[in-house]
Write a protein of this length. Structure first.
Lengths: 111, 115
């Protein structure tokens, strides 16, 4: 089965700093999702990457998919306290609704 | 735009009592609907999925059940809760059709504590 490993597991940054979260897969990545979860809340969809080399941006968050490295990265520019939460990389399985999750990266942004 | 809502947000129930969590989707028709459970420190476990009214597939044997009485309504139930049913439950939806490539959108979640 496919496994996803995220790094770092936790990150504390000062407001305004840039940061990167990585997600490495044990198998070839054919597509990957990034979600954000705040404690006690649902998962918020950030973006989906479907092709090797694909890069997407939304506001100050950019995600890239490196198919050859079986890796995806999430980069936040000029972090804000509102970016704090748990970031999860997720891949879909071949069955309906089956999801494989990374263990998550806890991001804390100090004002 | 599409939205998904589930309720209640938090629930404290005694062992052996019944459960009903409700989820509705707006702004789309004939979605795939899902119920997931997130145990502490773990990823989401798929409990049920539905591709249409009255069509429910179960992924994990347990004392929970799901129903889809209407196209955009998905209900998670139990006749008698167990302590192990405690957790964070998430309803989700995706566009009908292919299994991969369609984004899954999640509700706000429901915290269930069985005491």
């Amino acid at each position: 089965s496919q496994e996803l490993e995220q790094s770092p597991q936790s990150l504390i940054v000062q407001e305004g700093k840039n940061l990167t979260i990585n997600c490495t897969s044990s198998k070839t990545l054919y597509g990957l999702y990034w979600y954000k979860q705040k404690y006690g809340e649902g998962l918020i969809f950030l973006m989906m990457l479907q092709k090797g080399g694909e890069e997407k941006s939304h506001e100050k968050i950019t995600a890239k998919l490196d198919e050859k490295k079986q890796q995806s990265s999430l980069h936040i520019t000029a972090s804000q306290p509102s970016h704090a939460g748990i970031y999860l990389c997720v891949v879909r399985g071949t069955s309906y609704g089956k999801l494989t999750f990374g263990q998550g990266t806890i991001l804390t942004v100090h004002p | 735009s599409q939205t998904i809502h589930q309720w209640p947000a938090t629930l404290v129930q005694p062992v052996g009592s019944p459960l009903s969590l409700e989820c509705t989707v707006e702004g789309t028709s004939n979605p795939n609907l899902y119920w997931y459970r997130q145990a502490a420190g773990r990823g989401l476990q798929l409990l049920f999925y539905s591709v249409g009214i009255g069509q429910i597939s179960s992924e994990v044997p347990q004392n929970l059940s799901a129903s889809r009485p209407q196209d955009r309504q998905f209900i998670l139930s139990s006749k008698k809760l167990l302590l192990s049913d405690s957790g964070f439950y998430l309803c989700a939806w995706s566009v009908q059709g292919g299994m991969s490539g369609n984004t899954i959108y999640f509700g706000e979640g429901s915290w269930l504590t069985v005491v």
